[in-house]
Design a protein around this ligand. Structure first.
Ligand SMILES: *Cc1c(COP(=O)(O)O)cnc(C)c1O
Length: 305
């Protein structure tokens, strides 16, 4: 068996929430991955698949956790990774990616422009174009989160998960299916300024947002993958919205609970048991996917909370 690059992360029971609110909350700590987020799981699955099929060159269009995880996995597996990022990408994320040894090209004002440029580049270079969320290989990789939980804990009543483009959600649903956990309710969380899944679920069809106004940039997909919407109807799923301030405050509180910094994209999920505990009744076992995120600095978190 090949050694995996992603880690089997621990599951922590929240003693704080047990003590203060009588809640049974379990954290799946994917913030402890080598790249700080769950994205490494899907990227490893995707990268290995294409390398086994003779590919060596990859182009991604994310200055966030997807590009960073692809860079990490690609380096370990001996692939060439190029990440196209828009001008809005922070200097420290660019540095994280280049420090690994991947190439970064800055192009365009916003993600859409970087994305189109990356597509063209991948054709020119005969490279694999890597989407941050829209690929069944990514979902399969992400589904390992639930496989690990199913081996180590009883079936929870609820699973709380953040939704950006819906890749993580698709992976969680795939894992639930594989583990026979379909009676568990999934709470799919977004911030109000990035609510593309919420809007699509309500409309019963894919809705494209005009703009993203949330601070939770990793949730900022204007349109979710079609599969997230289609799959959601086969499960007990509840879309849920929280404010940016909830997401930030939850990051801050979590840093005090576990001495670990996560992005507001992850804070959105953490805020459900912290600040919306009426949605997770007492006596229920709640599993929160701590999706993590490397695109956050402690100074920004302290200032905003
Ligand atoms: C990518 C990401 C998300 C959202 O995942 P999607 O697959 O786009 O829905 C949430 N949190 C963090 C930290 C991420 O990196």
């Amino acid at each position: 068996m090949t050694d995996k690059l992603y880690l089997q992360t621990p599951i922590f029971k929240s003693h704080k929430l047990q003590q203060e609110k009588g809640l049974h909350v379990f954290y799946k700590m994917d913030c402890y991955q080598p790249t700080g987020s769950f994205k490494i799981r899907g990227m490893e699955e995707l990268c290995r698949f294409h390398i086994n099929n003779g590919k060596r060159d990859f182009v991604a269009s994310s200055g966030g956790n997807a590009g960073y995880s692809l860079a990490y996995v690609g380096k370990q597996l001996g692939a060439n990774v190029k990440v196209v990022v828009p001008k809005s990408t922070s200097e420290f994320m660019i540095n994280k990616i280049t420090n690994i040894g991947a190439e970064v090209e800055v192009f365009g004002e916003v993600w859409d422009e970087a994305h189109h440029h990356a597509l063209n580049r991948s054709r020119e270079l005969n490279a694999v174009y890597v989407s941050p969320f829209d690929d069944p290989l990514l979902w399969k990789g992400h589904s390992s989160i639930i496989d690990e939980c199913a081996r180590r804990m009883e079936q929870p009543d609820k699973i709380v998960v953040s939704v950006g483009g819906g890749g993580l959600l698709c992976g969680i649903l795939e894992g639930i299916e594989n583990s026979g956990w379909k009676s568990t309710q999934v709470i799919a969380v977004e911030t109000e300024g990035a609510a593309s899944f919420y809007a699509s679920h309500k409309a019963g069809k894919l809705v494209e947002l005009e703009e993203i106004t949330s601070i939770a940039t990793s949730l900022g997909a204007k349109k979710v993958t079609k599969s997230a919407l289609e799959l959601s109807h086969d499960f007990d799923l509840k879309p849920f919205l929280v404010s940016d301030q909830d997401a930030i405050d939850a990051c801050y509180d979590f840093s005090k609970e576990y001495n670990t910094i996560v992005e507001p994209a992850c804070g959105a999920s953490l805020s459900v048991p912290y600040f919306h505990s009426d949605t997770v009744g007492p006596g229920e076992k709640v599993l929160v996917i701590v999706c993590g995120g490397a695109n956050i600095q402690i100074e920004a978190l302290v200032k905003a909370s």
